[in-house]
Ligand binder design. Structure first.
Ligand code: C5P
Length: 257
């Protein structure tokens, strides 16, 4: 894997050489403002990007995003927008105005939805001089396995083909990348090139429990397959010594800096 990638900020290509700490996004999967702030304070020396998901955002709202920004850290707003194009485009503008570093939409919302969101972002960032957040498409959740894809969602394609198809839609719509299982990273990277970001949840070091995730890989293997960012929650926060667990993961991925 190459040591650096390019990606676009306000449509300029910028080279980014990523250290292990920059590759790990810590998932703040808690419901209370105070608890989230405690985690941010504990990890701000070690982590650059914190993920704010639907539980936390629904409970506490934008004030937590502002708090993370005031600590000099970045936010991945993981609200997985999935609605009609007009609504998602307006949500994208709201995310840009919040100043988040990254947010996501469901690729299953379709090409037009993703296109309009990406276009709205470009417009608002130019007009209001705000930094354009990376917009990332969720392919198939890492908690869904092949049987659920077929029997519950009624998709007859194999998982890998379905993920590749959805990643292609995101690419065509002008998104910056996708959220995908680390198992699919290699395939996505080989089809959509080095500028297309791959954000991988479902990360489990060999010493951590799988919990509800079905398609998991170790941090090192996920990076080896081409993931740019690793979203990690319980493998750090549920450990007896979370900071030690994070350091252990950082050591495991050191070679990829
Ligand atoms: O605790 P764990 O590391 O499994 O947490 C993974 C995080 O990544 C959770 O916050 C979950 O919502 C999020 N996520 C995911 N699968 C996706 C997209 C996001 O697990 N496809």
């Amino acid at each position: 894997m190459t040591a650096s990638r390019y990606f676009k900020i306000n449509d300029n290509r910028i080279e980014l050489s990523m250290q292990p700490r920059e590759r790990i996004i810590l998932a703040l999967d808690v419901a209370e403002y105070g608890e989230a702030v405690r985690i941010v304070n504990k990890f701000k020396k070690h982590i650059d990007v914190f993920k704010v998901g639907s539980e936390l955002f629904t409970s506490v709202g934008p004030k937590l995003v502002e708090k993370i920004h005031s600590a000099g850290k970045k936010v991945f707003l993981d609200l997985k927008f999935h609605d009609i194009p007009n609504t998602v485009a307006k949500s994208a503008v709201a995310a840009a105005r919040l100043g988040v570093f990254m947010f996501n939409v469901h690729t299953l919302g379709g090409l037009e939805m993703m296109k309009q969101a990406a276009q709205a972002l470009r417009k608002v960032s130019l007009k209001e001089n705000v930094e354009r957040p990376r917009i990332i498409g969720v392919t198939i959740l890492t908690s869904i396995d092949q049987a659920a894809l077929r029997d519950e969602l009624g998709v007859s394609l194999r998982m890998s083909a379905q993920v590749k198809h959805l990643a292609g839609l995101a690419h065509n719509a002008g998104l910056d990348g996708v959220v995908a299982s680390p198992e699919d990273a290699e395939r996505i990277r080989s089809h959509y090139g080095k500028d297309f970001l791959i954000v991988a949840p479902g990360i489990r070091p060999s010493w951590a429990a799988a919990d509800d995730q079905k398609r998991t890989l170790t941090p090192k293997e996920a990076l080896r397959r081409g993931a740019d960012y690793l979203v990690i929650g319980r493998a750090v926060l549920s450990q007896p010594d979370p900071v030690k667990a994070l350091k252990r993961i950082e050591e495991e991925i050191e070679n990829f800096s």
